[in-house]
Ligand binder design. Structure first.
Ligand code: DMJ
Length: 384
């Protein structure tokens, strides 16, 4: 019996379904498999829309869905409906029920049918009409993990998911052409695109893309492997600068490249740091893929800053202004601090054979999921 509660389909999927799937694969305990599948079934009514693009919010008792009232004329959000793929493929794999995989494959079908402005994916899509909402494009908030899941779907399929692969590399091509710029000071950044105009701002969330470009470098078409690694390195450097240019050596929520500044937050409401993982996540991928020791140095700088400014009695807290010399704590320890920030730090200082990339992908909340190897069904027992 479900309680009368409205949940975010995306958050429940990445944190709870993803967490239960990882717990199952790491422990082999049946209870985690069973609960993951049960929870996945509770999410299915969210897909009852004319297009099959799911609602953002779902009442799990009534099965009635709706979208965020602020999202462009009733739209669903790219980073939400585009970040179900990995978990739903595993739910079908573990339950024998194809419905989960069918739901996420249909999302791709809808996306592939649509015209994309300049080859870019807008953040908003109306689940009733099947049309884009506002033409805003972001590799940070509202867009981010959609791109991540295209790449990881291909990797998780043991590189058999050619559709995911093509969608990923085509998207990166459009992002490079239209969103990636270099500041006069030589910092590469990823801007936001609003109906053809660039906002020269990069979110902390966007910093995950450095790691993504490096992770995808190997499969890049047209001899672009080195180029994608270099792009990852440049984004890592820019995001490190966003940390280094603060007094606390922790990065702001968003930083700008306009009005005479580079990699600095200029608006008071963008100066906070809520223990987010993306910059450390990128250091971890860059370390594993290049072994350049600077990534461990940069990671250690973040460890020292976290200890100095975020450690409080009983845990760690976010900071209201990273440019201030005195901490103002927000008194919140986000759950992604444990699942992502600390896990990526641990992996940054571990050997490469701990959760090796050949056998594992991390969901967007850093919960590890095994690669489904084509020749041997399911060998996760040998992958620990
Ligand atoms: C996490 O919940 C996930 O990484 C998500 O994809 C983006 N935002 C947070 C962490 O900042």
């Amino acid at each position: 019996e479900s309680s009368n509660a409205e949940i975010s389909v995306f958050e429940v999927n990445i944190r709870f379904v993803g967490g239960l799937l990882s717990a199952y694969y790491l422990s082999g305990e049946e209870v985690f498999r069973k609960k993951a599948v049960e929870l996945g079934e509770k999410l299915l009514p969210a897909f009852n829309t004319p297009t099959g693009i799911p609602w953002a919010l779902l009442n799990i008792k009534s099965g009635i869905g709706r979208n965020w009232p602020w999202a462009s004329g009733g739209s669903s959000i790219l980073a939400e409906f585009g970040t179900l793929h990995l978990e739903f493929v595993h739910l079908s794999h573990l339950s024998g029920n194809p419905v989960f995989a069918e739901k996420v494959m249909n999302i791709r079908k809808v996306l592939n049918r649509l015209d994309k402005p300049e080859g870019l994916y807008p953040n908003y899509l109306n689940p009733s009409s099947g049309q884009w909402g506002q033409h805003h494009v972001s590799i940070g908030g509202l867009g981010d993990s959609f791109y991540e899941y295209l790449l990881k779907a291909w990797l998780m399929s043991d590189k058999t998911d050619e559709e995911g692969k093509k969608m990923y590399y085509d998207a990166v091509q459009a992002i490079e052409t239209h969103l990636i710029r270099k500041s006069s000071g030589g910092l590469t950044y990823i801007a936001e695109w609003k109906g053809g105009l660039l906002e020269h701002k990069m979110g902390h969330l966007t910093c995950f893309a450095g790691g993504m470009f490096a992770l995808g470098a190997d499969g890049a078409p047209n001899d672009k492997t080195g180029h994608h690694i270099e792009l990852g390195a440049e984004i890592a450097r820019t995001c490190h600068e966003s940390y280094d240019r603060t007094s606390m050596k922790l990065g702001p929520e968003a930083f700008r490249f306009d009005g005479g500044v580079e990699a600095i937050a200029t608006r008071q409401n963008e100066k906070y740091y809520i223990l987010r993982p993306e910059v450390i996540e990128t250091y971890m991928y860059m370390w594993r893929l290049t072994h350049d020791p600077k990534y461990r140095q940069w990671g250690w700088e973040a460890v020292e800053a976290l200890e100095k400014h975020c450690r409080v009695d009983g845990g760690y807290s976010g900071i209201r202004d990273v440019y201030n010399n005195h901490e103002s704590h927000d008194d919140v320890q986000q759950s992604f601090f444990l699942s992502e920030t600390l896990k990526y730090l641990y992996l940054l200082f571990s050997e490469d054979d701990l959760l090796p990339f050949e056998h594992w992908v991390f969901n967007t909340e850093a919960h590890p999921l095994p690669v489904l190897h084509k020749d041997n069904g399911n060998k996760e027992e040998n992958q620990k």
